[in-house]
Design a protein around this ligand. Structure first.
Ligand code: BG6
Length: 489
């Protein structure tokens, strides 16, 4: 066994330290990292916000947040270690001189300054100016930000330009929390460490690929944000396109950030545009009506608290995506994602081609193709559907569908499956950019999404209704049916 690797400690400054992201996700992730002894001993965590709190009251707020959101009892010894790292600084980010206070709580000689922008993007400019004004940044400093990185290509370029005034691209860590999920990362291992997949991963053997990201939750009080965003921008622009890119990309030459970013960008560039001419055949927009999930009735989107009852925002999207490159010519990728669906399920289903000749007609008039199903969440695992002979001596060969089933929780009993945020917060503190998004990737994804938004706008049709607790509007089934295919259920 090798000794535990050590990294330079950080001053992790969380702008928006009292906000939702910080309280729900970041503090909980930091607690879990502490619990696993993954925080460097001299790392400090500084909450920054505009309210008049003290370090003592911030510690109390952090403790309350953990109790509310950690979903597990708080271990006192772990909490003592974590709380000793916490400090609070009150800064009105519109006042650059107030950033000078950061000098007293950070030490850029011995620790790396990692600035987590957990605030709305309209404040980014102020924070960048304030940090610059204080003179606290150096070449080692980093900034971390996450979606929404813009609403379209133009606004995303504006955000990236603002950040680029004080941080070089190599100092910027853009988060997509799906890239921190264990099973999403496992895609790299599965594809590039196993020759049975590497050699069969193209148009010669694969018929089509399905990506489903189904959510049980509705919009969870985020009406203001979600209603002018919609599911295409909220989920497809980032999470689904990232899953697609990792599934479709060419082998990177190494696990270095640049190498992986470049391969993903090539896939994004090869996406066939969806425009006014093909948007009706390629996309389905849906919005949930009242229904029941696991026996519990839930309101429709237009009846949610604070709803804009005229809203035409989509809470469901299904798409047929074509990748115009050598590997994937003629292999459609079908993607769907929706809120208030039957249950939470994220999976990739790789449907292999049928055998050229069926010599088992007695069992199946149509021989079912093999499938590789990668379960990303909740029950992480990998499953291969194959056909087997049913044992018996007095009959002809009769086939039955069977599964080779690898459940991560069974196979890796002693390993904890970490959440996306923990992994990404850790990697940002360690300075490993591999799991973060480059500017070009985000902008390329927006280019493709903007074209769909624009086509929908021209089409000017309301979303199709689906009852909460179902798998989306019927039109989503039609999307595959007209290609002679159906969704994996
Ligand atoms: C977020 C979206 O990025 O991802 C939310 O803004 C969505 O609308 C969430 O619910 C889903 O994340 P997860 O990890 O629960 O699949």
């Amino acid at each position: 066994m090798t000794d535990k690797q050590t990294f330079k400690p950080c001053d992790l400054v969380i702008f928006g330290g009292l906000g939702d992201l910080s309280r729900r996700k970041l503090l909980v992730s930091l607690y879990r990292l502490e619990n696993s002894n993954l925080l460097e001993p001299d790392t400090h965590i500084i909450g920054v916000d505009r309210l008049a709190e003290t370090s003592e009251s911030f510690v109390q707020i952090a403790h309350n947040s953990l109790q509310e959101f950690a979903g597990e009892p708080i271990d006192d010894a772990v909490w003592q270690k974590l709380s000793a790292r916490l400090a609070y600084v009150q800064i009105d980010v519109t006042q650059p001189e107030q950033f000078n206070q950061l000098h007293a709580v950070t030490d850029t000689k011995t620790r790396v300054l990692v600035n987590y922008f957990a605030v709305a993007p309209f404040l980014f400019k102020n924070i960048c100016q304030g940090l610059h004004h204080s003179g606290i940044l150096n070449d080692e400093s980093r900034m971390v930000m996450e979606k929404p990185i813009g609403h379209d290509l133009k606004s995303s370029q504006e955000i990236n330009d603002v950040v680029a005034t004080v941080f070089q691209e190599k100092q910027v860590y853009r988060i997509d929390h799906y890239l921190g999920k264990e099973t999403v990362l496992n895609l790299l291992a599965l594809r590039f460490a196993n020759s049975i997949f590497t050699t069969n991963w193209n148009h010669n053997t694969i018929d089509h690929i399905q990506i489903t990201v189904a959510e049980e939750v509705g919009i969870e009080g985020r009406w203001g944000y979600f209603d002018h965003t919609g599911q295409l921008r909220d989920m497809v622009q980032n999470h689904l396109l990232q899953i697609l890119a990792l599934t479709a990309m060419e082998p990177p030459v190494s696990l270095e950030a640049d190498s992986i970013h470049n391969e993903k960008i090539k896939v994004l560039k090869a996406l066939r545009p969806i425009t006014r001419d093909n948007v009706e055949a390629r996309t389905v927009r849906g919005q949930y009506a009242a229904g029941a999930i696991k026996g519990k009735t839930v309101p429709g989107y237009l009846e949610e608290e604070g709803a804009n009852t005229e809203s035409t925002a989509e809470t469901f999207v299904a798409l047929r995506v074509d990748i115009d490159n050598w590997r994937w010519a003629g292999v459609p990728f079908y993607m769907r994602t929706g809120k208030r669906m039957s249950h939470k399920r994220t999976e990739i289903v790789v449907n292999f081609k049928q055998q050229p000749l069926n010599i088992f007609k007695e069992s199946y008039a149509d021989l079912p193709p093999n499938k590789l199903i990668i379960h990303l969440q909740p029950n992480e695992g990998v499953e291969i559907q194959i056909l087997n002979k049913i044992p018996g001596i007095d009959e002809n060969i009769k086939l039955q569908k069977t599964k080779l089933d690898l459940s991560f929780s069974e196979a890796f009993k002693n390993s904890r499956i970490f959440g996306g945020y923990e992994k990404l917060v850790l990697e940002a503190m360690r300075g490993n950019p591999t799991l973060f998004l480059s500017r070009e990737e985000i902008e390329q994804a927006w280019r493709w999404i903007d074209s769909i938004q624009d086509a929908w706008h021209q089409l000017n049709q309301p979303p199709k209704t689906y009852a909460a607790g179902t798998w989306g509007p019927e039109a989503a089934d039609e999307l595959l049916k007209c290609d002679g295919r159906s969704w994996e259920e």
